[in-house]
Design a binder for this molecule. Structure first.
Ligand code: GLY
Length: 433
């Protein structure tokens, strides 16, 4: 078996490790022992090292010692930091953009500039602000809180604040914009549009772009989309690969932009392979662009990778080799349903003491669902601890009947999840914003 390096330590990387281990011996440098990643690596006869994946000397040594030939990365910070660039320098075949390619995610102003060139009709009116005077000018366009503030850099899906949802008054919005400006010297003020939000994820080998089944993520912390934004509290996907409010033509409009963006990013050399994932609004005036991510969404990756009929590792191989085609990406036409389990303080406080919890993995798996660990590690049999105040583990099920898989996931959660932990009870419902 060929050897493949995976960097990143979340549940997204756990599902990547699971799928890739069908064809590759998997290797990983991770900051703590993620129980799922460790399990799949061991099953593949690969190896992991506990260490800092941002430490390029450490990663270089690990690649050399283990004679690794392939690399897959889908974590925003690692991509921004140039770990794919390092893998390329070491002669590995890669899945994931270089830091320059990933700029489409880590610079929101750059993404807007690119889309303005490629599809101006998809741009929502916005102001790029680099000083307090420019902020005053931009905010003079709004008489109330009906605008959106977008920080420039990576925020793990938690940075965008919408007037009337995340802040109540114009002054509150202004204060947040000032905070962002202070942090990175740039902030975007954008019109608030009415519409339905959705994402389109595409896989690409740098030339060919293939759309993946559409998923619907639940970013808000509490039921009925209340509370602060999070990395995602749950995610669903339907058998037809669409959402109730979308038609094929909507997806085609977004995929077309994604194809043009990949072509643009690769015009001077191969900067982008892997996943390009756009956030969009369906409005009365057509589809509008929100932002790009240069990687799989988390939790979306767990729904989508479980929706492949073609083994995902085969698809990744065609990305490594540069011969991806739509025929090589067949999907199983099933529904997928996922709920993330978190600490009670997740997204509410940044620093909290570790949370210890009981969990019987074998019992959960025996009930026909999958579990993917994220920011948690095992301390003894059936005993785990959080390693940060991020999401802890996800429960996922794929199947023919959406209501049935939803019932099954929630039943397992009710029977098995330690009451010291928390989750949303309404994944599967759809709300208007
Ligand atoms: N679930 C949203 C993200 O991965 O950015």
């Amino acid at each position: 078996m060929e050897k493949c390096l995976l960097l990143g330590n979340g549940a997204r990387e756990a599902v990547i490790a699971e799928a890739m281990s069908e064809k590759y011996e998997m290797y990983c440098v991770m900051p703590y022992e993620n129980p799922s990643i460790a399990e799949f690596i061991q099953k593949s006869n690969g190896k992991f090292e506990i260490g800092n994946p941002f430490d390029k000397e450490l990663v270089k040594k690990f690649v050399g010692e283990n004679e690794i030939k392939y690399c897959i990365i889908s974590n925003d910070n690692l991509l921004q930091d140039g770990l794919i660039d390092l893998a390329k320098e070491l002669g590995l075949k890669t899945f994931g953009p270089t830091s320059k390619g990933a700029k489409i995610e880590w610079s929101k102003t750059y993404a807007l500039e690119v889309v303005k060139k490629l599809a101006p009709e998809m741009i929502i009116k916005n102001f790029e602000v680099t000083s307090l005077a420019e902020l005053d000018d931009a905010l003079a366009n709004y008489s109330d809180e009906n605008f959106v503030i977008k920080p420039e850099g990576l925020t793990g899906g938690k940075g965008v604040k919408v007037g009337g949802v995340h802040f109540e008054t114009k002054a509150e919005g202004e204060n947040y914009a000032k905070e962002c400006l202070q942090q990175s010297g740039k902030v975007i003020v954008q019109d608030k549009v009415k519409g339905k939000e959705f994402t389109v994820m595409c896989i690409t080998d740098g030339k060919t772009v293939v759309p993946l089944p559409i998923t619907f993520d639940y970013p808000y912390r509490f039921d009925e989309d209340k509370g602060p934004g999070t990395g995602g509290m749950g995610c669903i996907g339907f058998a037809n690969g669409l959402l109730p409010f979308l038609i094929e033509e909507d997806v085609a409009t977004c995929s077309h932009l994604i194809q043009k963006t990949v072509d643009y990013l690769n015009k001077d050399g191969q900067e982008f392979t892997g996943i390009l994932y756009g956030g969009f609004f369906k409005t009365d005036e057509g589809i509008k662009f929100i932002e790009f991510n240069a990687r799989f969404g988390d939790p979306e990756a767990m729904n989508v990778i479980n929706s492949f009929e073609t083994p995902f590792a085969e698809v990744v191989t065609s990305v490594f080799e540069g011969n991806l085609s739509p025929e090589k990406c067949q999907f199983n036409g099933k529904n997928s349903f996922l709920v993330y389990v978190v600490s009670k303080e997740y997204a509410l406080k940044s620093k909290v003491p570790p949370v210890e919890f009981t969990l019987n993995k074998e019992s959960i798996e025996s009930k026909g669902v999958k579990i993917y660990f994220a920011n948690a590690k095992k301390i003894e049999e059936n005993q785990y601890t959080s390693v940060s105040n991020s999401r802890l583990f996800a429960i996922e099920k794929t199947g023919d009947d959406f209501e049935e898989i939803k019932k099954q996931v929630y039943q397992v959660i009710q029977e098995e999840v330690d009451p010291v932990l928390d989750y949303r009870n309404d994944i599967g419902n759809m709300y208007e914003h």
